[in-house]
Design a protein around this ligand. Structure first.
Ligand code: ADP
Ligand code: MG
Length: 247
């Protein structure tokens, strides 16, 4: 396999903040249909990796290729248009709009461009909104003001707002933080479902949750990959055990 076969090919990626390397010579490949989980102690550089992929932070060195297109030279909105969706740790939804309206304004009006609030609601859009609402367990909450949703439901809504744009790479930063046990289980099921036909990159702390969803886990420590493999391999790796016991 050459690196052009991957949805995402990160090679020798480094970012240095005043001499401190938050991400240090990282190489990581992501396949289509793959759900990868990145774990690691606080400050390992996990969020920074997502910041680099979505263009929020510019790399010092290295390459990020998405479907063989170099992302490091693109602006944030161009990266979204290329098909990369990213969910931040805190949900950014429109609290005073309904679930339906939140999904409606996220529907792409042109190729990858956000629709406006005045967007004309065609049957096609309506159908898609209802489909997505079902996927994110909110089909009976369409008319509810987003502010009234539980914290977990808000997280799902934001995932739905990304899904409606049908990104080929979806990145989620600690999606189950603050969720109830039941919501976590539902989210695990949701993530396993939505990685079909795309690549999903999840950052997570909750090991029980990681165990449920991960095909392959990458352990990041001090900006470098400490271990990579299935959950069991990674959990039994002495260097991983040392880092986690050390915290
Ligand atoms: P994680 O998500 O794994 O907890 P982060 O990626 O948020 O870790 O942070 C990794 C390290 O990089 C931390 O030491 C953090 O303080 C530092 N860092 C992240 N972003 C910046 C920035 N924009 N400027 C300076 N330092 C940063
Ligand atoms: Mg983080």
């Amino acid at each position: 396999m050459t690196n052009t076969d991957f949805t995402l090919a990160i090679e020798d990626l480094t970012v240095s903040f005043d001499g401190f390397k938050a991400v240090d010579d990282l190489t990581l490949y992501l396949d289509k249909d793959e759900l990868r989980v990145v774990i690691g102690p606080n400050g390992a550089g996990k969020t920074t990796v997502l910041d680099l992929i979505c263009g929020k932070t510019k790399s010092t060195h290295g390459s990020i290729k998405f479907r063989n297109e170099e992302l490091t030279t693109l602006a944030e909105h161009e990266i979204v248009q290329a098909g990369v969706g990213r969910k931040f740790q805190t949900p950014s939804i429109y609290e005073n709009l309904t679930v339906y309206e939140n999904l409606e304004i996220s529907f792409p009006s042109g190729r990858g461009v956000f629709g406006s609030i005045a967007f004309k609601c065609t049957d096609e859009v309506d159908k898609r909104i209802r489909e997505i609402a079902g996927e994110i367990f909110l089909d009976t909450f369409l008319d509810m003001e987003a502010a009234l949703l539980s914290h977990g439901q808000k997280q799902w809504l934001e995932i739905g707002m990304l899904l409606i744009q049908d990104p080929e790479l979806l990145m989620l930063d600690e999606p189950v933080a603050g969720m109830s046990v039941k919501e976590r289980d539902q989210t695990a099921e949701l993530l396993k479902r939505i990685c079909k036909g795309r690549s999903v990159l999840v950052i997570e702390h909750d090991m029980a949750f990681v165990e449920k969803i991960a095909d392959k886990v990458t352990v990041l420590h001090q900006g470098k990959i400490l271990a990579e493999g299935d959950m069991q391999t990674v959990q039994n790796d002495p260097s991983v055990i040392e880092v986690y016991l050390g915290h």
